[in-house]
Design a protein around this ligand. Structure first.
Ligand code: SME
Length: 160
């Protein structure tokens, strides 16, 4: 059993620091990328409040394919350039979307989603996956969340 858990009353930056520490510790020495993505998705879900989906899409033969996640069943394949995940994969840049209904081409996997944060995972200058977080609350994600998930993506890029 692992007992990583957030502490009451932490700032967003502190939550992300603890999430990063937990994810780094839990994946240390484990070569199986699927196991590591599954545990990282579970940790994100545990540490960050107000999410309805958290997980990975992996770059497989030029398109994004669903990876380990927590949330409702989601679309399996996303073309690069399509939706928020595809935009992150195409640009290699974080996509912070305060209102998914205002994002052209947003793919609604869960009708409850109102805001979204997608961070590319980059290894050897290539996007190998994206981390996708959805929230039922509008404008849920801040720059602190973006910076936190970017740090997480960097730390685990060689472990997934
Ligand atoms: N909304 C995403 C699709 C993935 S689901 O949110 C899990 C998008 O527009 O790329």
């Amino acid at each position: 059993m692992f007992t990583f858990a957030p502490t009451e009353g932490q700032t967003t930056a502190q939550l992300h620091a603890d999430l990063l520490e937990a994810a780094t510790a839990l994946t240390d020495g484990e070569p199986d990328g699927v196991a590591n993505m599954a545990n990282i998705a579970a940790l994100i879900w545990q540490f960050l409040p107000d999410l309805n989906w958290a997980g990975f899409y992996r770059m497989v033969e030029g398109e994004l394919v669903l990876g380990p996640f927590i949330g409702k069943p989601a679309c399996i394949r996303i073309a690069v350039g399509q939706g928020v995940c595809g935009a992150a994969a195409a640009s290699g840049e974080t996509q912070l979307v305060p209102d998914v209904h205002a994002f052209p081409g947003h793919i609604a996997c869960d009708a409850a989603s109102r805001s979204e944060l997608v961070v590319p995972v980059i290894r050897d200058d290539m996007v190998i996956a994206v981390i996708d977080l959805d929230s039922p609350s509008p404008s849920r994600f801040t720059q602190d969340d973006a910076r936190g998930i970017e740090a997480l993506a960097k730390a685990i890029s060689a472990r997934i």
